[in-house]
Write a protein that binds this ligand. Structure first.
Ligand SMILES: Cc1ncc(COP(=O)(O)O)c(C=O)c1O
Length: 416
């Protein structure tokens, strides 16, 4: 007889891969024209698949999702509350409040060394909104997109849902997950139009050196590519320094995408922002008009307070993630396991190559047997099969219990 967990797994994977009318437990649709092929066939993010399974079970330790466990700092809550009470509850300009864009311009100058005026900036629905609209503004169906492997699965999903081809470029562990330029040269084609970079990187935790960033810009320039730089983890750096490609961009080919989610524990507020040449920014703001008008007005006020006021909360959270990294590393070392120490972000890849299962099977079995949720490596691309990603955005107590169970499980399933 199937266990409850097996039924859950079956329903999640059926939802992922079968057309609606064959879904188990959902009444067949009347005969109609088919739904759009690309979104129906788009694979889901393995992070969310495991999260869905984990949420259906009691007592799970969540190390799959990249969501800070900190509360949004008090002064940010106060700003939102004041805005709401003062009736700041209407649409704003497509590109976002002018005062917020001015505050962002100051932050970009001081923190990222990017020279920008409000005309360069669009406030978006999370950085996901910024990434999606930037890709919409840049790519035609026949164009190709270069995505990092390992890399955040949503880049691939955004492209797939529009029928746009992606070409994964390898980030190799032996070079500290920095890009392999020979490989990049070998996969670029005349159809390639956009290169996505993500440093500090989810899931590898690598921070690109300034030299790497300069070489990426040179590569983009020599092939006339736009460079979309996802800087969601810009503040969570333990070793090295974060370099924004736009700080060294002479000709305006860089579109920089930033997030309030991770730096300020504001995932649910859904605020990100894009900095780009004014005509690209204007196009993104125009697209925003078509899809969702503007980012949430109250959240924009919250973001303005977050960026304008004391930044000690950002440093406090970064220091806490560093302590959690130290904790995780000490447990993994004690168990003599193979893992990649991140230079930034709050993710850590743990090798499972000695186990007798792939990363999806591993994540499902770990969840069922030990009640610990981790992200399967394969969702980040071929290069991350053989790993699971552990999120250190949970409390130290949960990290300790969760990683101890993960280590036990790896030992129990190590071949030979
Ligand atoms: C690499 C990367 N970019 C962007 C995002 C999206 O962040 P948000 O839309 O919450 O700003 C995430 C979220 O996990 C991420 O890991």
């Amino acid at each position: 007889m199937k266990s409850l967990f097996e039924y859950l797994c079956a329903s999640v994977s059926l939802w992922r891969s079968t057309p609606c009318k064959k879904q188990v437990g959902i009444p067949a649709l009347p005969i109609m024209k088919p739904l759009a092929k690309a979104p129906v066939e788009m694979p889901r993010s393995g992070i969310r698949e495991i999260l869905d399974l984990a949420q259906a079970l009691p007592g799970v330790i969540h190390l799959e999702i990249g969501e800070p466990d900190f509360a949004t700092p008090e002064h940010i809550l106060t700003a939102a509350n004041d805005a709401m009470r003062a009736g700041f509850t209407r649409y704003t300009a497509n590109a976002g409040m002018l005062s917020l864009r001015q505050t962002i311009a100051t932050k970009l100058a001081n923190h990222n060394r990017i020279a920008a005026t409000p005309d360069h900036i669009v406030v978006t629905h999370g950085s996901m909104g910024g990434l999606a609209l930037a890709l919409l503004a840049l790519l035609e169906p026949d164009d190709e997109l270069l995505v990092p492997d390992p890399g955040w699965p949503n880049y691939y999903m955004m492209a797939f849902s529009r029928g746009i081809s992606t070409r994964p470029y390898p980030l190799l562990r032996k070079t500290g997950f920095q890009p392999d330029f020979a490989a990049l040269e070998s996969i670029v084609t005349p159809k390639t139009k956009v290169l996505i970079t993500n440093s500090p990187s989810n899931p590898t935790g690598a921070v690109f050196t300034e030299n790497t960033v300069m070489s990426l810009l040179q590569f983009a320039n020599s092939h006339d590519l736009y460079l979309v730089s996802d800087e969601a983890y810009e503040h969570i750096v333990f070793e090295g320094t974060h370099t924004s490609p736009a700080a060294h961009d002479p000709d305006g080919r860089v579109i920089s995408v930033f997030s309030m989610s991770k730096s300020y524990a504001m995932t649910g507020w859904r605020i990100g922002y894009v900095a780009a040449r004014p005509e690209i920014a204007a196009l993104i703001a125009k697209l925003q008009e078509a899809y969702y008008a503007c980012a949430c007005s109250i959240s924009q006020k919250a973001a303005e307070a977050a960026l304008a006021k004391d930044q000690s909360c950002v440093r406090m959270m970064r220091d806490a993630y560093l302590q959690r990294r130290t904790l995780a590393v000490s447990i993994l070392k004690r168990h003599h396991l193979d893992f990649c120490t991140p230079q930034g972000t709050f993710y850590l890849l743990v090798s499972i190559t000695k186990c007798d299962m792939d990363s999806y099977q591993f994540a499902r079995n770990l969840l069922e047997k030990k009640k610990v949720a981790v992200a399967p490596g394969a969702t980040f691309g071929r290069a991350a099969e053989g790993y699971v990603r552990v999120s250190l955005a949970a409390s130290p107590e949960l990290i300790e219990t969760g990683i101890e169970s993960l280590c036990e499980f790896i030992h129990e399933h190590t071949r030979g």
